[in-house]
Design a protein around this ligand. Sequence first.
Ligand code: ATP
Ligand code: MG
Length: 928
Amino acid sequence: MSFGVSYVLHLVLLFFMMFIAAWSQDDVVMQKLKSSITSSSNDLDWSDKDCCKWKGVSCSGTTVTEINLGQLNIQGSLPKELMQLTALTRFDCSENEFSGGFPYMPNSLQNLYIRNNSFTSMPSDFFTNMSNLIEVVIDSNPFSQWQIPSSLKNCLALKLFSANSAGLVGVIPEFFGNDTFPSLTDLKVSFNSLGGNLPNSLSGSSIENLWVNNQNGNKLNGTLSVLQNMTSLKVIWVQSNAFTGPIPDFSNHDQLSEVSFRDNQLTGVVPQSLISLQSLKAVALTNNRLQGSPPKFKDDVKVDNDMDKGINSFCTKVVGQPCSPLVNALLSVVEPFGYPLKLAQSWQGNDPCQGGWLGIVCSSGNISVIAFEKMGFSGSISSSFASLSSVTKLLLDNNHLTGTIPKELASMPALKELDVSNNALYGQIPSFRGDVVVKTGGNPDIGKDKPPGSPGSSSGGEYKKKISVGAIVGIVMGIVCLLGVVGVLVFVMRGRRHNKCAGKVQTPNAIVVHPRHSGDGNGVKISVAAAGSSSVGVARGTGGFSPSSSVRNVEAGNMVISIQVLREVTNNFSEKNILGKGGFATVYKGELDDGTKIAVKRMKSEMVGDEGLNEIKSEIAVLTRVRHRHLVALHGYCLDDNEKLLVFEYMPQGTLSQHIFDWKDDGSKPLGWKCRLSIALDVARGVEYLHGLAQQIFIHRDLKPSNILLGDDMRAKVADFGLVRLAPEGQTSFATRLAGTFGYLAPEYAVTGRVTTKVDVYSYGVILMEMITGRKVIENSQSDENIHLVTWFRRMLLNKDSFEKVIDPAMDIDEEGLESFRTMAGLASQCCAREPHQRPDMGHVVNVLAPLVEIWKPAEPEADDMYGIDLDISFPQGLSKWPNLEGTSNTLDVSKSSSMAAGCEYTQSSIPPRSPGFANSFTSADAR
Ligand code: ATP
Ligand code: MG
């Protein structure tokens, strides 16, 4: 008995000691956390002795169970001791400025939210013991490159994994799926550098929201076929990748409401299962290689399928209009091949006999030869070939075709030769007429019926689509009738085609964009080339500014402007109209009939060489399609023998350079701090778009204050993006750019010539420093060690006493301003880090600056507007609509930018007007 009592007492004592230990341990850990962070927010009151009474801290008894520190302006790092909070279930430090590595966490944790911070890494085995994790949100942290760790497999309870903009590289691992994560509903890994395919493990998963869009550098590729078996999906974002093949079948998706396929290389016909999907609310198709008829969705579906901006290969521009029977027949023929990209790229328009259709040869307006030999095709042979009744030669040899030779081919009336040699076909050869040459060599299994169960042994091969005999007869008759009509139409159309730009330049109508990776695998240069066949160029109308045409009356989609019109609107390039001169161009102000102002950049003749003129035209045509509120729009161009002109949106308040360096000469006031902040954010947004959100990645390479232009509202736009690549190689380096650009060049770019987006981040950092200090990047009057602004600025920043001495003396800055100054100064310094990987990406910059600007700004509709991308307007329409838009509350770009930049001291009326000639007194050369 006495033994029993003592045992119980011991037990009680033990529990008591454990309780005390747990209490004091949590307290110690929380004290440690407190000492490693600072907050500029008054909301974070952690003065109480009892940590359980601290703001954001929840306890069960004395044990910490939750830490919620979202949006409290906290700086600092997290101590490794956090792992000792053994009852912690929720940790949230989202939207602060935490930096350093993210530490291990206790395995009791269920909810982890750390998005929008500056954490630089997570331990690669972080997830190893975290079997209780349910939600993981680690977006928008400048993690150095890492892969989705295999330790994540241990988080069997995972419902939400969100790691957008989180430095991920490698592939999406095969373990995402129901086997490992039966509860997973959200997989969000956008804006990383993930490559490879969508893993097959996703098939059958319960994922509802799949975001894998906008992979940078590396891109996701392969087909989207796995989506067909992800029937719980509600949202699919796969845009801005390199996916190929057709849009899969969505017959079993009864919850799918939003799909973005934009900016991939998808081919084939948009499936009826998607078009008629009841739950669908929004769909984006622009800029793929989709074929067939442009789909007509239900009226309440928001459709992004811009046929002027994108490069889809629909047979017509009229939504819902069917394709010609011949086109339909050819599309069914290539469906089992997975709609090969090279065919989709070359098959333009509604008439396969107009010339230039890869693999199609016509004679007298009928298809005579199908030449698909050595194309690398896989899949099976379609019985639809039989509907092509005029075909005499069907060449399918030297591919990877499987299945059997459909017996319908034997009934092709004009067939003289069938070559299917060197594939992987099997089965009996159908009985062709005696005069048909049939070549089947190099198919080891031909003539054999494959044993059941072996690949391809199912009767009829993999190709499931069947066309009834009645349908075939119908198609054949349709083709015969239609060919006659199409023939007449083609004849008439050809007679009408002519070029209107000075009679010399043809519009590069079809653009193929080839992402070209630079040697280091980091930077992506984009090259563009006119689409393969010359016939593509004449497949669509050219239209354009003819000398006599009204400048408002232009056809949509055309960017070519005649030299005569440009002469007219600039008073024959009068001196009085000069806005400024740069290294290789003079910029003139022009005014259109309706009063719209434009800036005409007239290149010195050596700027654009004659070689590769087509490539340049194509490149310009791509640039004309890049639209964003904070990018100066390129409206059009004219290139002929003697003149190279680019036409831009006119920016009445000139360059940032004039406003920060030359305001005295102009008798105007210096820019206030809030105005500078707002401009910094505008520029960051423009560059962020160039880097990741545009249809392709653009690296500006020449960011500097003279390439940042201001509107009357003092909102900023980035100019001259993409132009560096237009200059002939070699000239960019010395004659024109040396003085102006030296200070802005990232060290690794200057040394190795390697270009990545981080080159722009560096230049951007320099611009921030110039805006903060009012000092030019290179000041020869300074002592040697202070000549380069970056070196001086970073040194001053290190020293607490000199910290604030960097501020432009022309500016009054209050307490509130000082706080944002500190943040911006730190950011500038970070952007100019020596090592590219230490520099943040522009998304991070935007995230840091946006809250600073929001302090003063009334709520702007910007955030919900797809990052300010103007998807709905292209130049000619925009130009003609311009007068109507101004002053309205329309959500389009033009009207929005009419709100004054936050905190700009200027008022609209007091902004000194900048007349043409204003910039003459300080050309860019002087501004350097
Ligand atoms: P660089 O030759 O190195 O690019 P830069 O940017 O100063 O130097 P340009 O781009 O040729 O040279 O521009 C010359 C000047 O023309 C600019 O400094 C600016 O004053 C004026 N300018 C250019 N584009 C516009 C525009 N869209 N609206 C108003 N003014 C403009
Ligand atoms: Mg410029």
